[in-house]
Design a protein around this ligand. Structure first.
Ligand SMILES: [Zn+2]
Length: 264
């Protein structure tokens, strides 16, 4: 595809760039990569791009749909945007950089877009990262609950203590959350039996909870060894390995890690 006309509309504070291709152009099939497929028809599309100085910038193109002998009519793959997105890859990268350091609503105001459009971008890349997550090296896990909103809407977080990163987040704070985490580990190049140490700081003192979590393979298999290990070593090691701001005082007090599956 070739660069085409550029048009700056000063009153609207926008730059429009039109991209086109030469008549008779041929393109590769996005499915099999077969080159020189003939164009079946075109679809007009527009993408928001990085700002050009104070102007919002937009790309416009007639996107070819090729006719592949094996896959039929397919929209060609574009080097500047992923399929289905109204943003260019560069703008998406800018958005993802922004939302690492500020609320999505603030990033949306800065970019001049509705935050729902940014959330769709974030959702795509988070899903992609989770799909490609490799938990083969996961050995030590910290589990904690926190209120997602005011009230009793809880989420549970599962942290790789050694990598210092969250590897799973799910709604709720009961034993089912641990079962879902075990399935998550199984689905990401590992299995729950490889986890050797688990640190739990959840509302696990209730007898019902203890009974339920005791049925989870992840914990029941390691619970005895885990409790012994935690009680012996966690006061010394965890405050050094957990991120700052965690309740190190609770850890040192030794009363936040009672075993959910026994009375230790
Ligand atoms: Zn093909």
């Amino acid at each position: 595809m070739d660069g085409g006309r550029r048009l700056i509309r000063r009153r609207q504070k926008r730059l429009d760039i039109e991209i086109d291709f030469k008549t008779g152009g041929r393109f590769a099939c996005p499915e099999c990569g077969k080159a020189d497929c003939p164009v079946h028809d075109t679809v007009k599309k527009t993408w928001r791009h990085l700002n050009f100085f104070q102007h919002q910038a937009f790309l416009h193109a007639r996107v070819p749909r090729i006719d592949c002998p094996d896959h039929g009519v397919r929209l060609v793959a574009l080097p500047w945007a992923r399929p289905g997105s109204g943003f260019t890859l560069l703008l998406e990268a800018f958005v993802m950089t922004l939302v690492k350091g500020m609320p999505v609503a603030a990033a949306a105001r800065l970019v001049g877009e509705h935050d729902t459009r940014l959330w769709r971008v974030i959702q795509h890349y988070v899903d992609d990262a989770v799909t490609r997550m490799d938990l083969a090296d996961l050995r030590r896990v910290a589990i904690d609950e926190t209120a997602a909103r005011r009230g009793q809407n809880y989420i549970s977080l599962f942290v790789d203590i050694d990598a210092r990163k969250v590897v799973y987040v799910t709604e709720g704070k009961d034993a089912d959350t641990v079962a879902r985490f075990a399935e998550h580990v199984d689905d990401h190049n590992s299995d729950a039996s490889r986890i050797k140490e688990v640190c739990i700081d959840m509302s696990c003192r209730s007898p019902n909870y203890a009974e339920r979590i005791g049925s989870v393979a992840l914990l029941s298999q390691y619970c005895s060894a885990l409790c012994e290990h935690l009680l012996r070593s966690i006061r010394h090691s965890l405050p050094l390995t957990m991120p700052r701001g965690k309740r190190a005082g609770d850890h040192s007090a030794g009363n936040a890690f009672s075993c959910p599956g026994c009375t230790a």
